[in-house]
Design a protein around this ligand. Structure first.
Ligand code: ZN
Length: 81
């Protein structure tokens, strides 16, 4: 499991990966990742935490990622400009 930071809000995240995740899938044992890599239609990809993914619109763009900000440990939002 790799540690990294969210491209949107910058919070520290963990990325589950490798075969070990198969055995823990669906179990809340604390070993699941807290982020996913999203690939956009323009070919760019971003590592985003789940709160940021939840805050993004259905068809997110790089501009949306740039507007993401952390509200608290469990919540992110799009900064209004
Ligand atoms: Zn985030």
């Amino acid at each position: 499991m790799a540690r990294d930071t969210c491209d949107g809000c910058g919070r520290t995240v963990t990325v589950a990966g490798g075969i070990a995740n198969l055995w823990t899938f669906g179990e809340d044992d604390g070993s699941e990742g807290t982020a996913m890599t999203l690939e956009f239609e323009n070919g760019s990809d971003h590592l985003l935490c789940y709160p940021c993914i939840a805050a993004l619109p259905d068809e997110p763009t790089d501009a949306d990622v740039a507007r993401l900000e952390q509200v608290d440990e469990e919540t992110s939002r799009l900064e209004s400009s």
